[in-house]
Design a protein around this ligand. Structure first.
Ligand code: FES
Length: 158
């Protein structure tokens, strides 16, 4: 009598996808893809997530170059960037996120970038770790003067 259930596989897939869609519409996002036919395609994540470790992704103008003292530096907390000026007219920029536990460094003193959390210090010219529990130095960015401001960009390593 009923020959409507001819292709159980196809109709089962349709039902599952439909259920997933209903779940998704209901707010429970648990869909894993009932897109096109066959062969499971699970994306392996070579996308646009970009720079490793959540660092700076796009160039940012942090502020006036005149705010960066010679022989010192300034932390831009909002941008999580620290800019130093080891010698007049030479600017260096680093991630302000400590490589130990992720605190934002808070000052530059005596040619050292200092983390307030556990005392790690970094060389203000190179970003290299000097002491403390930080396992590595601070990732370095590119700093350049743009007009009267400092522009900081991710390093393009190619
Ligand atoms: S987070 Fe900077 S020293 Fe621990």
């Amino acid at each position: 009598m009923s020959e409507a259930f001819e292709s159980p596989a196809a109709s089962r897939r349709t039902v599952l996808c439909g259920a997933a869609a209903v779940l998704a519409a209901g707010g429970a996002v648990a869909v894993t893809g009932c897109a096109s036919s066959g062969s499971g395609s699970s994306s392996s994540g070579s996308g646009s997530a970009g720079s490793a470790k959540g660092g700076l992704k796009d160039p940012v103008v942090v502020g006036p170059a005149a705010d960066i003292p010679v022989g010192g530096g300034k932390v831009f907390r909002e941008q999580k960037v620290v800019v130093t000026q080891p010698s007049p007219g030479t600017y260096e920029a680093f991630s302000a996120v400590c490589t130990h536990a992720g605190c934002v460094v808070d000052k530059v003193e005596n040619q050292l970038i200092k983390c307030p959390c556990h005392g790690s210090t970094f060389n203000a010219t190179t970003g290299a770790r000097v002491e403390g529990p930080a396992p590595t130095g601070l990732p370095q960015y590119q700093a350049e003067v743009q007009g009267t401001d400092i522009k900081v960009s991710p390093r393009s390593s190619s």
